[in-house]
Design a protein around this ligand. Structure first.
Ligand SMILES: Nc1nc2c(ncn2[C@@H]2O[C@H](COP(=O)(O)OP(=O)(O)OP(=O)(O)O)[C@@H](O)[C@H]2O)c(=O)[nH]1
Ligand SMILES: [Mg+2]
Length: 287
């Protein structure tokens, strides 16, 4: 494999609908010193065939775990920069060109960029703007917020950090950035260029429902310290493209939420009753 400026790693699971569009965006880039590795978790649809048709290197992962797949892809990277992109992204044709120019002038260690939604709906534009503002105000925090859908990182630094933690079901990018921050690596969030972030989940389950779910996750994290892999599935099922073909949204009832919250703890029926009474202000999270 020749040593390109960027190596782009795309983890996939049943992404026959989305991946070809991203690969075609990549083909149209004005800067083309990059290679692409699709790390597929044994898709049952045409993902692998379509990736190969586009002359893309495909690595098969024997584990269905996005972080594991990203780490596996990065092992094959011989570039100075490794880039993690999701199959449901779109990028404008000067995206890589602008990033390359930026890194050559400012030499950051890790970076990402602002997003635009894949929709013309006003509510999606507002949501994307709020996400951009959130990323902007957090960029100097000790644990900056980042979307795993677009991460540029120097390959050596990725290795030093030990890659993504494969045991984390949620926020693995943030976790890695937290470790990078501690070691003094330089992170940047670019306002320009922007990439198109897929709002397919919002389309499938609804914006308000998504906000409910994020609030529920944050409550679990506050109480339990973290979210287990089992819990995560109830809030944010990760099945790649499969979820959008035939995936069912797991229903989160107040009862289920309480059982997740207290599953490792002994709790008397009296305190459970009092908890249910006290949760009244939070009830809107379960409608
Ligand atoms: N192996 C594996 N890959 C996955 C899984 N879920 C997603 N992927 C792939 O990992 C990348 C990120 O997944 P997405 O489903 O886009 O994650 P997301 O953006 O948080 O969620 P969506 O809102 O559903 O798009 C995609 O390229 C997927 O194809 C999974 O459960 N297992
Ligand atoms: Mg996505």
């Amino acid at each position: 494999m020749t040593r390109t400026f960027f190596t782009i790693v795309i983890p996939t699971l049943n992404e026959e609908k989305r991946l070809p569009t991203l690969l075609s965006d990549l083909e149209k880039q004005t800067f083309n010193d990059f290679s692409v590795i699709v790390v597929d978790a044994m898709s049952s649809d045409a993902t692998i065939r379509l990736a190969r048709q586009c002359h893309t290197r495909v690595v098969i992962s024997n584990k269905k775990n996005v972080s594991y797949q990203r780490n596996l892809g990065a092992k094959h990277s011989q570039s100075e920069w490794t880039v993690f992109m999701d199959a449901d992204n779109r990028i404008p044709k000067d995206y890589l060109q602008k990033i390359k120019e930026y890194v050559e002038i400012y030499s950051p260690d890790i970076l990402s960029s602002w997003i635009v939604p894949d929709s013309r709906l006003k509510k999606d534009k507002i949501t994307a703007t709020l996400m951009n503002i959130f990323m902007e105000i957090n960029k100097n925090a000790s644990r900056p917020y980042i979307l795993e859908s677009m991460i540029f990182i120097k390959t050596k630094i990725f290795q030093t950090l030990g890659g993504f933690n494969t045991d984390i079901p949620w926020g693995e990018g943030e976790d890695m950035l937290g470790r990078a921050h501690k070691m003094g690596f330089k992170f940047e969030m670019l306002r320009d260029p922007k990439y198109t972030y897929s709002f397919r989940r919002l389309k499938k389950i609804g914006t308000f429902k998504m906000l409910q779910k994020i609030s529920q996750i944050e409550i679990i994290k506050m109480v339990k310290g973290d979210l287990t892999k089992n819990d995560a599935h109830f809030f944010y099922p990760m099945n790649g493209g499969t979820f959008y073909k035939n995936g069912e949204e797991p229903k989160m009832t107040l009862q289920k939420f309480i059982s997740i919250l207290f599953q490792d703890k002994e709790i008397s029926s009296k305190s459970l009753k009092s908890f249910k009474k006290n949760i009244d202000p939070w009830k809107s999270l379960f409608r």
